[in-house]
Design a protein around this ligand. Structure first.
Ligand SMILES: [Zn+2]
Length: 328
């Protein structure tokens, strides 16, 4: 390949045969060069394609790695990762919530004082029920069925406990609505009826709500809620009583809205003989209502009292608050 050092310089001086051979050599060289160029072009092309493929696969690897990183992050953040899942799981519940919005009680905007009177207490049991067997028959100390007249001392004391349980719940509900509540009693203690009224009159309470339960001798079918107010004669003598029917109406509206959770509202009764429990109504100076929250002598009233006592408390508190707002 030494002659290639001066390939064209010798052509002008050499003979034709050498020139032809030279030309043939040049032709061969040209063909080889072309072939070489083609090979190079193909090689470069091949390498280029491979290189591109390599990049693609690398990118795919990177993407795979990225995916793995995301997954790893997801795994590492698994505790956080549960949050969106939990949120998604909660979404259906959240969408259900608007159909049943949380209850927001109405609150008072000014200061109000309510006297809440849990009936009876201590040695004053209020009404009590005979102990009965599953058939509803009164039984004596030996478990033998007997009559009301013959029954002696086998009692289920309920009223003083029932009135306190409900009154404590009403207190909570009223205080949650911004009302100041004064209680006659917060435990099983005895307070005379006259003292209840006298203390309430000195307290500045705007209304007096007394909680009791009813009892019907010899009639276990009688059921329902009722309210007792002073009679018209007393109302005429005590101007402060004139709004007691309004107060009772607001409470009854709320209790009526409870539907089957009560055995109905029997109505408002006005006593002409101010004795016993009802005396608190006559001795107080402000609007006062005595609520008989169902009959202890009726099994259905007792069952609903146990089941829906909280609902009763909310209803009574809402009724009182609505009346208080009419006084603002
Ligand atoms: Zn009572």
């Amino acid at each position: 390949m030494a002659g290639n050092h001066s390939p064209y310089g010798t052509i002008s001086r050499g003979d034709s045969s050498r020139r032809r051979r030279k030309r043939r050599d040049d032709t061969i060289r040209t063909i080889l060069a072309v072939v070489l160029v083609c090979v190079l072009v193909l090689l470069i092309g091949f390498l280029g394609v491979n290189a591109l493929k390599g990049n693609e696969s690398t990118n795919k690897d990177n993407e795979t790695n990225s995916g793995e990183e995301i997954n790893q992050n997801g795994t590492q953040d698994s505790t956080e990762g549960e949050t969106p899942e939990a949120t998604e799981e909660q979404t259906p519940e959240q969408t259900e919530e608007p159909t049943e919005p949380p209850y927001v009680p109405e609150t008072v905007t000014k200061e109000h004082i309510v006297w809440l009177d849990a009936g009876h207490g201590g040695d004053d049991w209020g009404s009590a029920e005979w102990v009965r067997n599953e058939a509803g028959q009164i039984i004596d100390a030996n478990g033998k069925a007997t009559t009301e007249e013959a029954a002696d001392g086998q009692w289920v004391v309920r009223e003083k406990h029932d009135t306190l349980d409900l009154s404590l719940l009403i207190q909570q509900e009223l205080e949650a609505r911004g009302v100041t509540v004064i209680m006659t009693r917060t435990d099983d203690t005895y307070v005379h009826r006259f003292d209840r009224a006298a203390q309430a009159n000195e307290s500045g309470a705007e209304c007096f709500v007394s909680i009791h339960r009813n009892y019907m001798l010899g009639d276990r079918e009688q059921c329902g809620i009722e309210a007792w107010l002073v009679n018209e004669i007393t109302r005429a003598e005590k101007p402060g009583k004139e709004k007691d029917e309004d107060l009772t109406g607001f409470i009854f509206d709320e209790l009526t809205a409870l539907g089957d959770k009560t055995n109905g509202i029997l109505g408002i009764f006005k006593e002409t003989d101010p004795t016993q429990d009802i005396s608190v109504l006559f001795r107080t100076n402000m609007p006062a209502v005595l609520l008989e929250m169902g009959y202890m002598s009726n099994d259905s009233d007792n069952e609903k009292y146990e089941l829906y006592m909280q609902d009763y408390a909310v209803a009574i508190a809402d009724g009182i608050v609505q009346w208080l707002k009419t006084q603002e």
